[in-house]
Design a protein around this ligand. Structure first.
Ligand code: MRU
Length: 357
């Protein structure tokens, strides 16, 4: 299996975002699967808004978009290099307020900040400074693609021909630079002629599973069956599921995993049925500075997502609503975490730390 083969396999796939030489082209994921619209973003404010309103979503894709956002935030400024550096810090602080849970956002912004500091220390010209920041954003994007390919290879060693595998939310090409994390092994399996039946939870309330996972896997010719979230237990009890694999927005130092709301329920169901529960996570999603899942900030989103998602009112006006976008799966439910550096198992506190040594 070569990288080229995989690239060919999904070359028709939609890219979540791409630099067009002048602007950031960003696929508006709110409109999928019905409309394929690329927005052209020119400013950091537009990038902030795109992240906040889920036009771009998925932990790695958010980080990549924010990295470009910092560049867009400074590129028109006429200032000496130190002035540009101060503005980078400001723009990064601003973009960091767009969403709280996915640590890739902060990881990418920190990487851009650190790069800016070292460029300024080296005394580069303002023009070279700007160009180098754009390069760094493009590097983050290219590295994500390679990382996901490796995650896919490691993950596929855990699956066998004929497996039914359940996934929740969208941790696919649309959530990343390419291939996805949790969905990467499905593309590889297809390429290798392995038969894997994917079951995609629709993922209430904004349906990333139905609108995005089912869409991108179907486009690539992967065998995918869409189910409602509340059917996961039923398909497991029928013996149709041999493994679960999901992505993540942040892995705490002890191996607790934050991911799309509903993931925790799937993990509990998997344990009850003796099914392994795998988490695909690049190192950029592992946050050793967050000790446990209880320390991960969980985003709460607008009640309209539940009461009138997609414009149709489905709940009485004025009803109390609780709408957390993510939940935490405690580490004891996690069979393994699959990274670009290999597969990690408990004890997570020790083994996750080793990845960074
Ligand atoms: O609210 P979203 O759509 O950004 O949530 C995305 C997820 O929960 C994904 O599973 C996670 O970010 C991993 S993407 C590789």
């Amino acid at each position: 299996m070569t990288n080229d083969n995989l690239t060919n396999e999904i070359q028709g796939a939609l890219q979540s975002l791409r630099w067009n030489g002048q602007q950031l082209d960003l696929l508006d994921q709110r409109l999928l699967p019905e409309e394929i619209v690329y927005l052209q973003l020119d400013t950091a404010t537009q990038v902030w808004e795109a992240i906040q309103h889920l036009k771009v979503r998925g932990a790695p894709a958010i980080g990549i978009a924010a990295a470009y956002g910092v560049y867009l935030g400074i590129r028109e400024l006429d200032a000496p290099t130190n002035g540009l550096l101060a503005e980078v810090q400001k723009q990064a602080d601003y973009l960091a307020t767009s969403r709280p849970t996915a640590v890739n956002l902060f990881w990418a912004l920190d990487r851009i900040r650190a790069h800016a500091v070292s460029l300024a220390a080296a005394g580069v010209s303002p023009a070279a400074f700007k160009e180098a920041l754009l390069d760094e954003a493009q590097k983050i994007q290219a590295e994500d693609e390679e990382t996901n390919r490796l995650i896919g290879e490691h993950a596929l060693t855990l699956f066998e021909d004929g497996f039914g595998v359940l996934t929740h939310c969208n941790a696919g090409g649309l959530a990343t630079a390419k291939y996805g994390t949790a969905l990467a092994p499905f593309y590889l399996a297809k390429e290798q002629g392995m038969n894997i039946k994917v079951f995609a939870d629709e993922t209430r309330p904004v349906l990333q599973g139905a609108r995005l996972t089912a869409f991108e896997l179907q486009q690539a010719g992967v065998d995918v069956t869409l189910i409602c979230d509340n059917m996961a237990g039923a398909v497991m009890s029928k013996g149709w599921i041999q493994a679960v694999i999901v992505g993540t927005d942040r892995v705490a130092a002890n191996g607790d995993v934050a991911n799309k709301i509903g993931t925790y329920s799937v993990a509990v169901l998997a344990k009850a049925h003796g099914i392994p529960f795998y988490v695909a996570s690049p190192l950029s999603t592992i946050d050793l500075n967050t000790p446990t899942g209880g320390d991960i900030p969980i985003e709460e989103r607008h009640e309209d997502e539940i009461t009138q998602g997609f414009g149709k009112r489905t709940a009485p006006k004025g009803v109390k609503v609780y709408n957390p976008a993510f939940d935490v799966t405690p580490n004891e439910y996690v069979t393994a975490i699959i990274t670009e550096k290999g597969i990690v198992q408990a004890p997570y506190s020790e083994n996750l730390r080793k990845l960074f040594e």
